[in-house]
Design a protein around this ligand. Sequence first.
Ligand code: 0O2
Ligand code: 0O2
Length: 262
Amino acid sequence: MANKDWKTFMIPYEQAVEELKVKLRAIRTEYRRKNDYSPIEFITGRVKEISSMLEKANKFEIPHDRLAMELEDIAGIRIMCQFVDDIETVVNILRSRQDMKILYEKDYITNVKPSGYRSYHMIIQYPVNMASGVVNIIAEIQIRTLAMNFWAVTEHSLNYKYKQSIPENIKSKLKEAAESAYQLDQTMLDIKDEIKDAQKLFEVKSAIVSSIMNDILYLMSLNKIQEASRFQSQLNKLIEYGDVSDLNQLHLLVRKEINRFR
Ligand code: 0O2
Ligand code: 0O2
């Protein structure tokens, strides 16, 4: 196939990655809008470079007309989670979606790869609506914790540098690092509830702070500059030392003041 044809071949994959990033990031937004803890920390996505796709086809002797069937990671999405048990939540969310079909799953968290690699993979079929009609493409979703991601990204770059033949001493260091990443995930899980509470509290507080700020701006627009700056300095103190109930009280006071002048 000519270069131009490969570019055409990639179009539905590029579209799928863009759509999936938007759709899956929306899950995070939904949790955050509800001031809930999100099992998704962040999402990245990419399509494979044409050159590395052809390299892989060559290596595994995959005929070009079978690439779409046999290369499952031409479109790749990565979902990063803070805690190991978020992965199961994300997997269940994906399993119940109507816009993709899960073909199969690979659990490299229970079955750690000999390299030390841990992640949960879901191979999906995803319909892309093209000008010419629907094209069903295959994509790979990798779900992992931040620690698993840190390890995998580092190991991947070393593999790239050493072209798959990493020296033994570095290999054994990488195994050690994989074990440390695993331990880190376990330790974080132990204090998960504490961290979640703190993060949730932060979300709740920032929501109240931003409502108070809006109200203060409104007071300013009513030309009540003195009142506005008094509330602003109270707010500044509470941002540092106040709790949710202090903030709520201030919010009520600001509201009352607005109603007085409206
Ligand atoms: P958010 O809400 O910050 O997650 P695009 O499609 O243009 O939005 P692009 O440029 O294709 O995104 O980038 P890619 O590679 O798909 O994803 C990059 C996203 O991952 C960005 O999020 C980065 O902020 C986020 N990211 C990458 N590494 C980290 C990391 O270590 N920690 C965190 N928290 N986020 C990371 P967005 O798009 O800004 O959205
Ligand atoms: P990229 O784009 O460079 O990441 P197999 O034949 O079973 O060994 P297969 O069928 O391609 O491999 O699938 P597998 O093992 O599930 O791996 C698919 C992807 O998982 C890889 O894509 C990597 O992204 C990631 N992965 C798997 N094993 C490792 C590992 O030991 N270290 C790191 N860093 N990542 C791994 P590619 O093909 O490498 O492409």
